[in-house]
Design a protein around this ligand. Structure first.
Ligand SMILES: [Ca+2]
Ligand SMILES: [Ca+2]
Length: 253
């Protein structure tokens, strides 16, 4: 967490906390937080401050995004903050196609950063944007029917029933800006005024394929922030696995 976020957290994450921080210089770059925000700079990043030249902003409308070549892929979506990973079919535009349409020259670029209004932010290498991901396998046996409601950690929609565990998933896997799931537009997100959280999946989702030639890395894994105390299946050591790597999620022999 950056120093501005830490100060906001310490202040109680309220509007009063924001006001109290306005005149402070949380990141120590010599500029008050309110001045940085007013000039579209990051109050938690000393490398960003008023006076720097701004990067150009290009805006795509939904119609423009949908006019680009569409790609559809079925695959595993790993969720880290909820109980269930899931398999789904997403349709969208390859991020590489989007950048090409925007005329972005990727030569010499060191990372492509994705940010979303809910606070999601992640950096990707150019290869993770421009190259097809390795094929991955379907993994069954992690659903409610197999492990019961407390222990399950994968949702299997009906269109996964034709897959056997271990099957290679045929679709090309690409890094997508998705706008449809199972052929339906993603529902628009909204700000929940009670929790202050952004709820929902859409209107767009950054879909990152599992993306490894190592099958262990392509397996679903239990969300690390999910309370698993209700799971009592003896053959699964959930509590210890929770504290180790995702590779520990293989069922014991
Ligand atoms: Ca500052
Ligand atoms: Ca700053």
């Amino acid at each position: 967490m950056n120093p501005y976020g830490a100060a906001y957290l310490a202040g109680g994450r309220t509007e009063d906390a924001l006001r109290a921080l306005a005149g402070q210089d949380s990141d120590g770059d010599g500029h008050a937080n309110s001045d940085e925000i007013a000039d579209l700079r990051y109050p938690g990043d000393p490398g960003s401050y008023p006076g720097l030249s701004l990067a150009p902003v290009l805006t795509f409308t939904e119609d423009e995004i949908r006019a680009l070549p569409a790609h559809t892929q079925f695959g595993l979506a790993n969720a880290s903050k909820q109980q269930f990973d899931f398999y789904a079919t997403y349709t969208g535009v390859k991020i590489s196609d989007l950048l090409a349409a925007a005329g972005v020259d990727l030569s010499g670029v060191t990372s492509v950063d994705v940010m979303a209004p809910d606070g999601y932010a992640r950096s990707f290498t150019v290869a993770q944007i421009t190259q097809q991901f390795p094929a991955h396998r379907f993994f069954g046996g992690f659903g409610v029917a197999d492990l019961d409601a407390n222990c399950a950690f994968v949702e299997y929609p009906a269109n996964t029933y034709s897959y056997a565990s271990g099957d290679f998933i045929g679709d090309e896997q690409w890094h997508l800006l998705a706008y449809e799931r199972e052929g339906q537009p993603l529902e628009s997100s909204y700000l929940d005024p009670v929790t202050g959280r952004v709820i929902g999946e859409g209107s767009y989702r950054n879909v990152i394929p599992p993306g490894a030639t190592d099958d262990a890395l392509n397996q679903p894994d239990r969300g690390q922030n999910w309370d698993i105390s209700g799971c009592t299946l003896p053959e699964w050591n959930y509590q210890s696995a929770k504290d180790t790597t995702r590779a520990a999620w293989s069922k014991p022999p």
